[in-house]
Write a protein that binds this ligand. Sequence first.
Ligand code: PRX
Length: 631
Amino acid sequence: MGSFAQFHKRSIADRDNFWAEQAKTIDWQTPPQHICDYSNPPFAKWFVGGTTNLCHNAVDRHLKDRGDQAALIFVSTETEQEKTYTYKDLHLEVQRMAAILQSFGVVKGDRVLIYMPMIAEASFAMLACARIGAIHSVVFGGFASHSLATRIEDASPKVIISADAGSRGGKVVAYKPLLDEAISLSSHKPKAVLMVDRHLSEFAKVDGRDFDYAQEREKHLNAQVPCEMVESTHPSYTLYTSGTTGKPKGVQRDTGGYAVALASSIPNIFQGKPGETFFCTSDIGWVVGHSYIIYGPLIGGMATILYEGLPIRPDGGIWWSLVEKYKVSVMFSAPTAIRVLKKQDPALLTKYNLSSLKALFLAGEPLDEPTAKWISEGLGGTPIIDNYWQTETGWPILTICNGVEKAPSKFGSPGKAVYGYDVKLVDDQTGEELTGANQKGVLTIEGPLPPGNLQTVWGDDARFVNTYWKTVPNKMVYSTFDWAVRDEDGYFFILGRTDDVINVAGHRLGTREIEESISSHPNIAEVAVVGVADQLKGQVAMAFAIAKDASALGDATACLKLEGEVMKVVDSQLGAVARPSRVLFVSALPKTRSGKLLRRAIQAVCEKRDPGDLTTMDDPMALKQIQDVLG
Ligand code: PRX
């Protein structure tokens, strides 16, 4: 172990040598010739000339030393299944899946969309794509037809892999009708749909398009599909995420940079070692699931737990029982999940032997002090490590790298800039760097972005440049769209988004997407959606709408009826994750004289804060109405 300050400094000042060393931790077919090509900013190319394969690094390279060790531990408290796949088993299953994809004509560079619950086959699907150089695009199973359709349209997948249903809290959630509807809504049609039939929900099959996974797998039991070695810069996947506009962006990730970033993060950030077990409670539909359920732990030679179910079913001790049973050394979750557990019997935390656990990592949303203290004490002093990052970055931007040098955490702070990240706070008006302690600015990263970060927005380089990059005096910086301050010790504190993105239970949602969905209801003329602080979920979405026909809103019952209808529209188009907690009706929305919605003022009123400067507001009564309907 050395000094973290030195480690970080070297990663910036001696960037190429630093990353050349890190690159040695993965297997290359051809070693990279050029570590970082930043000749065309802001597009960074990492490990140029190198050829490698993500699946090889995650699976095949471990066969020699740990073929019989656990690789994937699938646990479902929804279907009462529990199965461990060794690296050898995983290797077989991934080859079978890869052979099926090839039989559908999938080749390097083709897109494959994965819309699946948290089952082992979802990980076979991701790894199989990586194996043959196909680009996967996993869509969170909680998203509904409209969200899915925009992603199908944008990714234009040759094949879609799905399942009959997911299950949540014992309730079956059918996927196939949503998928069929999404395909009919999209102008792009996949050649084939591969269905994993869990026998949870009956579904209609489209002849010639839909194939049964079990039947196809039988045909390829002895498949031997070698890893296709691809250029380091070959895209491994796209993952859609929300921003300011209604249309989600396909974050595009490379192969070599991602593999190196994850390989280095396992020991340096997560303190994980080969042969140990990593338990990340996220979902494969989110970036945390991509990096720390699937690729990171496997590249690091660890066993990874893929868990389908709630944290409180059969009881609030389920996760800790898995920590004991599988000797989990690294656990990764979100503050919301811990706040859910906080409502359970605290004795469940001490019931199991958690001595294997080195640390609990939390990310995705601000970690409040009471939650951090509660879980830290409940786990008998196990370190709780906050980490801050984004879909775009693929791995942490801010945290405490205890694998490099042990350092204290500070409540409310995710920590310091991680190695590789040249983090700068800038004044949003002047673009000047803020170097003093405790000055509030936009958290930016000076280019080139480190390995593993997004290469571009899928199919839209201009959007990548225009959305994220600004030229501040003499340089280009990437904006995270988060406000932050840095204290005198270099610890950052995140203060919320600068844009219209909200964070509900760790799920990143665009208020514009929700507004667009609500507006599609025939009786909605206009709507504003804002994120409002919530004790359990961090934030919830609140909608204020103007009805086209206000006479239909005669009394409270009529309002509740329309509110219910609007919620149904959001449920069926975007999914229940995006459903606003309330839809309240007003006759006017607060706007500036130039017609811009004053979302921040609405949010402030909802949170009982001072709405600030309202001199540009057109109609002050509109804000008063918001206050009134809130009661
Ligand atoms: O606003 C920040 C918040 O979540 C956003 C990124 O969300 P997503 O793309 O879903 O990626 C999550 C990867 C962990 C950020 O712009 N956020 C993420 N982590 C934290 C956080 N806010 C405060 N503290 C964190 N640890």
